[in-house]
Design a protein around this ligand. Sequence first.
Ligand code: NAD
Ligand code: UD1
Length: 320
Amino acid sequence: MALSFKKALVTGGAGFIGSHLTEALAAAGCRVTVLDNLSSGSLANLGAVADAIDFRQGDICDPEAVEEAMRGCEAVFHLAAVVSVPQTVENPVASARVNDLGTVQIFEAARQNGVGSIVFASSSAVYGDDPQLPKTEDLPPRPLSPYAVQKISGEYYARVYFQLYGIHTVSLRFFNVFGPRQDPSSPYSGVISIFMTRAVAGRPATIYGDGSQSRDFVFVSDVVRANLLAAASPAAAGEAINVGSGRSIDIKRLWQQVCRLDARQTPAQYTDPRPGDIHASVADIGKSQAMLGFSPEISFENGLQQTFEWYQRSRQEQTR
Ligand code: NAD
Ligand code: UD1
């Protein structure tokens, strides 16, 4: 994809989605600075582009680190965050420091440095327990967790920075993103990364609640494409836009599908539902099609297969 900018900052670029985005930007000829404190990301994620980018280990709450990383950038992709919903439930203040204060710090440094465009990684979590399905962007937010409150606050900042200062800002409400490199190592990690790791090790998954809760899973390369389109779509300025697949699957069936890839059916273990957990989630993708010209290209089945192969290879490398 041809880019309208030559230098970009990716906050959280050593993370799962950020590292795929960084690779895509570098492949398109963009000079990329990554600002990441490596709290949940890792340098290994950037192994393929290590020599082509400017990596800076630092915190988005540190004004000096942000100022230095932002210098000369024309576009910012702001992905750094405490990404786990339960972690924000357990520690609302620490997560607000990063997700609220860190976010406004990024917007303000962008303004001070004359950055033309900011894409903010928001979340479908902002819809909370609104019963309407699929989720359309005009629904009023009904946050169920500090995480969702923090994401809606970031969206409002994005909108205000467009209205007050004319910066091209877009909030993308990612649904549940999956793919290679999603870190499975904490109980807070994304469900597909945990299920994949359990399946390739022949261990049972833990399902919170009865497993009837559903999610719209979108493959990481599609999310990367949506980010690039958002930075370049004038009509999207000041908007919040869903990035999902438009399909959903429940967690019980998800485990069955993952087991099928591994050709063995390991029964799941069930435990109490998670506080703050959303029951059902699926994106209406009409606005992303209309405003960004975005439609997902990787089917759930294809994405799951690619992801499974990656976790299988990772396990083989670890056990070698
Ligand atoms: P991730 O944990 O892999 O990436 C987040 C990155 O931010 C990590 O590399 C981490 O080290 C870095 N980081 C955290 N706090 C930081 C700080 N204070 N300063 C600098 N860097 C910091 O998570 P991800 O899944 O790649 O998520 C990326 C973004 O997308 C996040 O904003 C997340 O809320 C959002 N999002 C993710 C999903 C999903 O399903 N994965 C869905 C919706 C929204
Ligand atoms: C995820 C993202 C969040 C994002 C949101 C968008 C992560 C860690 N969280 O939150 O950043 O904003 O999507 O929709 O990437 N589950 C189990 N067993 C497990 C793990 C999870 O049953 O071992 C269940 C959970 O209870 C939940 C579902 O699977 O119902 C999805 O959980 P999770 O992957 O943590 O995602 P979200 O909470 O939706």
